[in-house]
Every structure is written in structure tokens, then in C-alpha cells.
Design a protein around this ligand. Structure first.
Ligand SMILES: Nc1ncnc2c1ncn2[C@@H]1O[C@H](COP(=O)(O)OP(=O)(O)OP(=O)(O)O)[C@@H](O)[C@H]1O
Ligand SMILES: [Mg+2]
Length: 253
């Protein structure tokens, strides 16, 4: 079953095309990373798939449904690039996860029990009553994911979920996403900048800079010409980044 199908998508904002000629098919259960330079349209693509931005033209299907139908059925989970509740809110971790259950027909007590289950699943037991704003970047991400999981989506969109997590912890984070896919069968689409690290964990990479420059397995994506095509001269910055382990294997003249 296809989780996402996009045909001939064009997005026009502020007097110019932000996305052009996008065609993608994502299979159910795949983990896909959207990568590309800043301003390349990654967040715009996710927001368009979620129905938050109206495209100029194109067709988007989510599990063979329209965006409206998919949202109504509650099959989509979304972790935005910056969470609104990150501002100094007096919310506990448990409160944040319970936000994910807002539309469920359950008593408060049942919601609490359900939320605690997801907190345990993301390995955050013991942090239930800590103020969300006092958690570390990685802990906040886990709690935010628990909130999205609580709504029981079939597909999750994560916009730069590893921001603020160090490289070692990132590997654990991606392992965690893989476990989610394996155990719950959730399709995962995430935006990332760590192309070297992500390459080891995802099934497919979507290289986006206004157009879709690449869509396929990570191995071919990490070839020099593909990276050059997508990032232009910026690729040197990536390759010189000490955090980009895979990238260090390249030497550019
Ligand atoms: N509502 C809008 N009106 C006009 N231009 C917009 C709007 N939203 C986004 N843009 C422009 O679209 C381009 C793509 O932005 P987007 O946020 O999708 O990039 P991104 O790939 O997510 O970048 P980053 O890696 O920095 O998060 C940018 O040039 C941005 O200024
Ligand atoms: Mg973005």
C-alpha cells in the first residue's frame, strides 16, 4: 500500500515557486528523510502534504485518501519544526502527552493511563511530572513524539526532530524511530540536515531544493555529483563538517 502519492505538485508563495514538479511515492512502513539546503522547501512540502498550504496545482493522496479525509480519520501525526508549547509553559511532560489524546473519547483517568503508557514507550518514565520546559532537547523530542504517538497515527511527519540532540544521542534517536516503524508499522517522513548520519538509518532519501533532485536509497544519494547537484557550492561546508562522518570520505577539489 502506498502511504503517500504526490503527482505534479507546484507551490507558489510570495510571488515565486517554492516547489516545482514534485512527484513522490512513499510505501507504507518506509522511513524517508527529506534533506536539502536551508530554504529548499522541506517544511513547505510537509505543510502542503498536511493541508496547511494550498498548492497551485497537483494531487496528494495519503493512504489513497484526500488530505481532508486523512485528517478526519486521524491517521496523520505531525511534529513541527518548532513546537508552540516550547515557550515557558507551566506544562508537565504528562500534560504535553495528554494533548495528543484531546480528540479521544476517554475519561481523564483513562487518558492519563494511556499517556503514561506512551511515556514509558519512549523511555521517559520518571519524567512524567517534570516541567516540559526544563527537559533537555532530546528529552523534549521524546515527549513530543509520545504526544504524536498517543494519537495513533499511521504516518508521522517530523520536521528536524534531531535538532538539539548531540551526534551520539542522535544514533539512539534514529534507532528509536526504527523500532517505532518495526513495532507499530508507522510510516515516518522526517526532515533532517545530518545527511551522513541519516544515511545509515533511512530507507529512502528525498533531496529537495525547489525540485526533487533525488529520491531513492541513501547509498546513491551520498555520491558526489548528486550532493553537488542538490547543495551546489554549499556542499563543501557539509563535507567539512566534523559531524558528518560519511561525508568525510569525500575529498572535493
Ligand atoms: N508563507 C510564505 N510566503 C512566502 N514565502 C514563503 C512562505 N513560507 C515559506 N516561504 C519561503 O519558501 C522557501 C522555503 O521555505 P521552507 O521553510 O519550506 O524551507 P526549508 O527547506 O524547510 O528550510 P530550513 O532548512 O531552513 O528549515 C523559503 O525561501 C521561504 O522564505
Ligand atoms: Mg524547515
Amino acid at each position: 500500500m502506498k502511504a503517500i502519492e504526490i503527482f505534479d505538485l507546484y507551490v507558489y508563495l510570495g510571488g515565486r515557486y517554492i516547489l516545482e514538479d514534485i512527484n513522490i511515492q512513499i510505501e507504507e512502513g518506509e522511513i524517508v528523510a527529506i534533506v536539502g539546503p536551508n530554504g529548499g522547501g522541506k517544511t513547505t512540502l510537509i505543510r502542503t502534504i498536511l493541508g496547511l498550504i494550498k498548492p497551485e496545482k497537483g494531487i496528494i493522496k495519503i493512504f489513497d485518501k484526500t488530505i481532508k479525509e486523512a485528517i478526519k480519520e486521524g491517521i496523520i501525526g505531525y511534529l513541527p519544526q518548532r513546537a508552540d508549547y516550547e515557550i515557558d509553559f507551566p506544562f508537565s511532560a504528562l500534560d504535553v502527552v495528554m494533548l495528543g489524546l484531546i480528540n479521544k473519547k476517554m475519561s481523564e483517568k483513562e487518558k492519563r493511563k494511556e499517556a503514561l503508557k506512551y511515556i514509558e514507550y519512549v523511555g521517559m518514565s520518571g519524567f512524567e511530572y517534570k516541567p516540559f520546559s526544563k527537559l533537555s532537547g532530546g528529552q523534549k523530542q521524546r515527549i513530543s513524539i509520545a504526544r504524536v504517538l498517543a494519537s495513533e497515527p499511521k504516518i508521522m511527519f517530523l520536521d528536524e526532530p534531531s535538532t538539539g540532540i548531540d551526534v551520539v544521542a542522535q544514533e539512539g534517536f534514529y534507532d528509536f524511530l526504527k523500532r517505532l516503524r518495526d513495532e507499530k508499522g508507522i510510516t515516518i517522513v522526517m526532515v533532517s540536515h545530518d545527511i551522513g548520519v541519516v544515511g545509515n538509518f533511512v530507507d529512502k532519501v528525498a533531496g529537495l531544493n525547489k525540485k526533487l533532485h533525488y529520491f531513492g536509497p541513501p547509498q546513491q544519494f551520498l555520491q558526489k555529483d548528486v550532493l553537488f547537484n542538490l547543495y551546489g557550492s554549499e556542499v563543501k561546508l557539509l563535507i567539512h563538517s566534523p559531524e558528518c562522518i560519511t561525508c568525510q570520505n569525500f575529498s572535493l577539489k
